[in-house]
Design a protein around this ligand. Structure first.
Ligand code: GLC
Length: 529
């Protein structure tokens, strides 16, 4: 019996950070033609869809998350023809294209904002969030920017403050204004008409703010060394009940076109996160599940977070998993190179849609960025406490030629030290490499639907071993992950026989197992019974 499922339930998404993927016009920054040129690589790796971080016109104060024209391509990435070619060629190869949609804020260089700030009576005044000063002349309330300092910026000419959840060059749009909503719906339609298959919506839980502009309460658990905005609980600035009405509208817009996917970027605890599936599942299809980005790397913690997440999912809500992105430290940096392989097996054998961050298939490290090469505005505004995001955004390591085959010129961020041997060309030749593990896992996932859409059942857990079943119809798989660097033995019911489908080390693929299996340190196995 086969039920027809939306494409994205069995798909694997690959996040391309376009500045760092492939440069073709020799400016040290990646571009759209670079992504097109590398499509054969992505096909060979075996992914189904790419999500591309913002490529729109932007002053690049936050590297594209500050948009000055939502329906044009920034020249640093190419032009609209390059984009159309990318979509056509991706589709011809069976790869879907997901864009980043950044609706919470624009650039202060966006014509909307320029018009809005021009005067208090501007027709676009109410497109952004303007408030009078507090009686003492200071900001209207205590709201803080995520990138440091007050979230309010005074505009001398018009004598009011505007709100910016991030940089002061990223003013927040007013999503309570129906004209803003309509303009943004048109942006979505524009790209869908160009064939785009979906959107990842930036900071979607931020869209609506308290109508009465009440102060945020102090955070009693704020820790020394954490970003300053965490001194307040963002009660009145994020995750407001009304945000779900706006999201439902975005979803209806998406549904005007067949088979489109809506993903939401949401950093919230599971019990809040799942609300973003929406009433009657009319919210985002996939509220990004970032639980693995912060979990303590032991089997019990991971298993209990899986159980919590699986248990919290609403009926019909499809799970998803993320190990890394352009805002968080690389997985290989967090758990080490050897466990990065185990993490790959976890990501690609959990129930739900996985997103792979570019370069994680090489085990790319978290790179230490020398002070004079720091580019990230977050790090520049809030230096020295480790918030910098440049270290996970370094150029893709293609081969051992100059600049790792990424660019003919010095790249915008330094390469990781290991690029001369840790690159696609060399890892591809090494059957034992993490790259080949990713590829084998992706191949098996395609062939064996139990791995993508089968049920999930935990089997056994202690601090060291994470073991679960994935089952569909007649297929019964067991995934065993050794989260330590020492050997472990896993015993089965007497008489159990199976065969290893994929092993992290590659050398045990097809090995027969009976009654028990020994796992080496840092080893993971997918066994078919
Ligand atoms: C999201 C993006 C991040 C950006 C921020 C502001 O969290 O992922 O890179 O800086 O929004 O747009």
């Amino acid at each position: 019996m086969s039920v027809s499922r939306p494409w994205w339930e069995s798909a694997v998404i690959y996040q391309v950070y376009p500045r760092s993927f492939q440069d073709t016009d020799d400016n040290g920054v990646g571009d759209l033609n670079g992504i097109s040129d590398r499509l054969p690589y992505l096909v060979d790796l075996g992914i189904d869809a790419i999500w591309i971080s913002p490529i729109f016109r932007s002053p690049m104060a936050d590297f594209g998350y500050d948009i000055s024209d939502y329906t044009d391509i920034d020249p640093i990435f190419g032009n609209m023809r390059d984009f159309e070619r990318l979509v056509a060629e991706a589709h011809a190869r069976g790869i879907r294209v997901i864009l980043d949609f950044v609706p919470n804020h624009s650039s202060d260089q966006h014509p909307w904002f320029i018009e809005s700030r021009a005067s208090r009576t501007s027709p676009k005044r109410d497109w952004y969030i303007w408030r009078d000063a507090a009686p003492d002349g200071g900001p209207p309330n205590n709201w803080l920017s995520e990138f440091g300092g007050s979230a309010w910026e005074f505009d001398g000419a018009s004598g009011q403050y505007y709100y910016h959840a991030f940089l002061k060059s990223q003013p927040d749009l007013n999503w309570r204004n129906p004209e803003v909503v309509e303009a943004m719906q048109e942006v979505l339609r524009f790209w869908m008409r160009k064939g785009v298959d979906g959107f990842r919506v930036d900071v979607i839980w931020h869209l609506i703010k308290d109508e009465q502009f009440r102060d945020n309460p102090p955070n009693p658990n704020h820790q020394e060394g954490r970003p300053p905005h965490e001194a307040l609980v963002p009660l009145n600035t994020t995750d407001l009940a009304e945000v779900h009405d706006v999201i439902a509208l975005l979803r209806r817009t998406i549904d005007e076109f067949p088979d489109r996917l809506l993903i939401g970027e949401i950093y919230l605890p599971v019990e809040r996160l799942i609300a973003y599936y929406g009433r009657d599942l009319g919210g985002v299809h996939l509220p990004f599940n970032f639980a693995l980005l912060a979990v303590q790397w032991d089997a019990k913690c991971i298993q209990s977070l899986i159980a919590e997440y699986e248990g919290a999912l609403p009926k019909g809500g499809w799970p998803n998993w993320v190990l890394g992105n352009h805002d968080r430290p690389r997985i290989a940096g967090r758990v080490g190179k050897r466990q990065a392989a185990v993490a790959a097996m976890l990501l690609l054998t959990l129930r739900g849609t996985p997103t792979i961050y570019y370069g994680d298939e090489l085990g790319m490290p978290q790179v230490d960025i020398p002070g004079d090469r720091v580019r990230d505005p977050f790090e520049r505004n809030v230096p020295g406490i480790g918030v910098g995001r440049d270290g996970c955004r370094t150029p893709m390591q293609w081969d051992a030629s100059e600049n790792a085959g990424f660019s003919k010129v010095d790249p915008w961020l330094p390469l990781a030290d290991d690029w001369q041997f840790n690159n696609v060309a060399s890892l591809r030749e090494d059957v034992f490499s993490i790259w080949n593990l990713y590829r084998r896992l992706l191949q098996v996932r395609r062939k064996v639907p139990a791995l993508s859409v089968g049920s999930y059942r935990p089997r056994y857990v202690d601090e060291d071993l994470l073991v679960y079943f994935r089952e569909l119809d007649e297929t019964r798989l067991l995934v065993a992950l050794n989260l330590t660097d020492h050997a472990q033995v896993l015993t089965f019911e007497q008489g159990t026989r199976g065969k290893i489908l994929v092993s992290t080390g590659a050398d045990r693929d097809d090995e027969r197992v009976a009654d028990s299996v020994a796992l080496r340190g840092d080893e993971g196995l997918v066994i078919e019974f």
